[in-house]
Design a protein around this ligand. Structure first.
Ligand code: DOR
Ligand code: ZN
Length: 378
């Protein structure tokens, strides 16, 4: 039996029947379904080669579009490279998939403003990603001096209405890793927004109360943020619980509980400036479980279940759809998806790993049982 419930949000696209109170009720033996406008993932690492083939279907299954990160080896620094990378993603998709990759360029000290014009004209590049040099995986070609080297490019981005996606951490080795996001806001991001108020900025994968406050202090429509499942569900204890946990290691690193709570509160109170961006970042198991393990959590297969869990726990399932499916396209000025997906209140066990030709990938919450199961609606 499928039980449909009515959530109290006026105009919600949730697919619900009888009024049962403000929250979905967990009833033994009764199945509960939500229907959501198909979500998009506004921050995704798809990699290339074998790994791309192994992971792309997990995203394509649930998401309509995704902003594809450019930190390949070598990085995607030109429109021509973005067009070629897009082709290889389309080739790797399952048959009949209508998943749309939205490409990005990797900002360097040497990018020319003309590249931004080309990117806009291409129709396939939707943003430019700022990695401070040395901040994270494959960021060695990133920016060393944003104001000194990149101002003409940023000004052209304003002209072309091209968003800047920001990995918001300073890289000074003397700055504590847990303070790097706050310092980046104070020394780079706030001055940037003041200097170029018409630049659209997405602060990617926010991890702190400071970031939440900063984003909310900016004009809606100019500055927004993506939020990952790990920064909503885990705090920094998860890195060490019962021994070192390499599969919970990502950058920016998990923070204190007060920061996690601030991010949960921002998204579940329905702020339009926050939207879904998984930062799903697969690395082969052998590169995670080794003496110098890579940063990145593979969340694509579990992300929607986890976001639903967060909103349900906060009694805010009526705010889930705007976060997964409306706030992102509205910020980017793109149409919302028209198709739907179903989220069923049904237990499923996350696989321990996904095998592919060159190895295996361990997903977030591997081996655990989750309560919400996404599926495509017929
Ligand atoms: O944990 C992360 N992994 N953070 C990033 O910024 C990059 C990503 C990756 O590409 O593996
Ligand atoms: Zn990322």
């Amino acid at each position: 039996m499928i039980k449909t419930l009515n959530l109290p949000c006026k105009g919600s696209k949730f697919f619900l029947g009888k009024a049962e109170g403000p929250r979905p009720i967990k009833t033994k033996g009764v199945k509960m379904d939500l229907s959501l406008t198909r979500p998009d993932d506004w921050h995704l690492h798809l990699r290339d080669g074998d790994l791309l083939g192994a992971v792309v279907s997990h995203s394509a299954h649930h998401f309509g579009r995704a902003i594809i990160m450019p930190n390949l080896k070598p990085p995607v620094m030109t429109t021509a490279a973005a067009v070629a990378y897009r082709e290889s993603i389309l080739k790797a998709l399952p048959e009949n998939s209508d998943f749309t990759p939205l490409m990005t360029l990797y900002l360097t000290d040497h990018m020319s403003p003309n590249e931004i014009k080309l990117a806009r004209r291409s129709g396939v590049v939707f943003a430019v990603k700022l990695y401070p040099a040395g901040a994270t995986t494959n960021s060695q070609d990133g920016v060393t001096d944003l104001f000194g080297k990149c101002l003409p490019v940023l000004e052209e981005m304003v002209e072309q209405n091209m968003p800047l996606l920001v990995h918001g951490e300073v890289t000074d080795p003397e700055v504590d890793i847990f303070d790097r996001e706050k310092l980046f806001i104070d020394t780079i991001l706030r001055p940037l927004v003041q200097k170029l108020p018409r630049l659209k900025v997405v602060m990617e994968h926010v991890t702190t109360l400071d970031a939440v406050r900063f984003v909310e202090s900016c004009i809606e429509g100019s500055v927004a943020a993506t939020v990952t499942p790990q920064h909503l569900l885990l705090n920094r204890n998860s890195l060490f619980q019962g021994g070192l946990q390499p599969h919970n290691y990502c950058l920016p690193v998990l923070k204190r509980e007060i920061h996690r709570q601030a991010i949960v509160s921002a998204v579940t109170r329905g702020s339009k400036q926050f939207f879904l961006g998984t930062d799903s970042a697969p690395h082969e198991r052998r590169w995670k479980e080794c003496p110098c393990g890579c940063a990145g959590i593979y969340s694509s297969p579990v992300a929607l279940s986890l976001y639903a869990m967060v909103f349900e726990q906060a009694g805010a399932l009526d705010k889930l759809e705007a976060f997964t499916s409306f706030n992102g396209p509205d910020f980017y000025g793109l149409p919302r998806n028209t198709s739907k997906i179903r989220l069923s209140k049904a237990q499923w066990r996350v696989p321990e790993s996904y095998a592919f030709e060159s190895g295996e990938i361990v997903p977030m919450f591997a081996g655990q049982t989750l309560e919400w199961r996404p599926s495509t609606m017929d």
